[in-house]
Design a protein around this ligand. Structure first.
Ligand code: IPE
Ligand code: IPE
Ligand code: MG
Length: 248
């Protein structure tokens, strides 16, 4: 688990810079952004969707391999029906509009969480976007939708227990690698950098296992104000950190 060297041709950090292979973002603060402007929360989510486009472009330009975005947590169902339907409508709209961008920029879309809860039309569009972008290799965009880290770990434990009951594996063979292999992130590189916007300092049930040795960065900026400069700044902060992984 050593930090990745900058890929050839990566812009922004210079030859000596360390570009994180896998960056995840808890995109928080849409509601407060709207509130500060006297606007409905939906306006904050709309502005937040524009920030997603900027972050995606910045990640691709900087040579990041995987960008994982927390878009909807399994706890976000506690919000009003109106807000949930606004968010669903926005996702449908942006997916349709941005599919061409994903194809043009050679971005592969992947989902974690259980997106089947979102209604047939959105599910179909999501599945189509995944299929249409499946051979892209420049950047993997992972959207966490109806995602909860504890549920993901519990489901991994359940599957391993079942395999032990079925005598396919020995309980003693259940090690860290076996659990990691059952997580939805099993095909992704280790998480290097986890960013949360909005000033809140918590993980809100996001990538708890995967963040074991990630660098954490909590920013005061509200998500709709997050731009290319903020992304570049986050990568500079990361490059200046000293990752020790328990060594000295
Ligand atoms: C993040 O912004 C977007 C989602 C959780 C979908 P919030 O809606 O949580 O914004 P705040 O935290 O209320 O400002
Ligand atoms: C975390 O933000 C979830 C997403 C950004 C999608 P929340 O706004 O839901 O988290 P809490 O409730 O402040 O912990
Ligand atoms: Mg919030």
């Amino acid at each position: 688990m050593t930090p990745a060297a900058a890929p050839a041709g990566a812009k922004g950090l210079g030859a000596a810079g360390k570009v994180p292979r896998h960056v995840a973002i808890i995109m928080d603060g849409n509601g407060r952004w709207a509130q500060q402007r006297g606007l409905p929360r939906a306006a904050g989510h709309k502005a937040g969707a524009e920030a997603v486009r900027r972050a995606l472009q910045a990640a691709a330009d900087q040579g990041v391999e995987v960008l994982t975005l927390y878009a909807f947590s399994s706890e976000n169902w506690r919000r009003s029906d109106e807000e949930i339907s606004d968010l669903t409508a926005l996702m449908r709209f942006y997916l349709e509009r941005e599919l061409k961008t994903l194809e043009k920029e050679r971005v592969k879309l992947k989902l974690i969480g259980d997106h089947s809860a979102f209604g047939a039309e959105l599910v179909e569009r999501l599945d189509r976007a995944i299929e249409r972008t499946s051979s892209n290799t420049r950047l993997t965009l992972v959207i966490a939708l109806n995602y909860g880290s504890r549920a993901e770990i519990a489901s991994a434990a359940r599957r391993l227990a079942q395999r032990a009951v079925d005598s396919e594996i020995e309980p003693a063979a259940i090690d860290e690698a076996a659990i990691a292999a059952e997580l939805q992130t099993n095909d992704l590189p280790e998480l290097d950098l986890l960013i949360r916007t909005s000033g809140e300092v918590r993980l809100s049930n996001f990538l708890l296992w995967q963040a074991a040795y990630a660098e954490l960065l909590f920013l005061d900026v509200l998500w709709p104000d997050f731009d290319e400069a903020a992304f570049a700044g986050a990568l500079q902060t990361y490059a200046a950190r000293n990752r020790r992984f328990g060594g000295r």
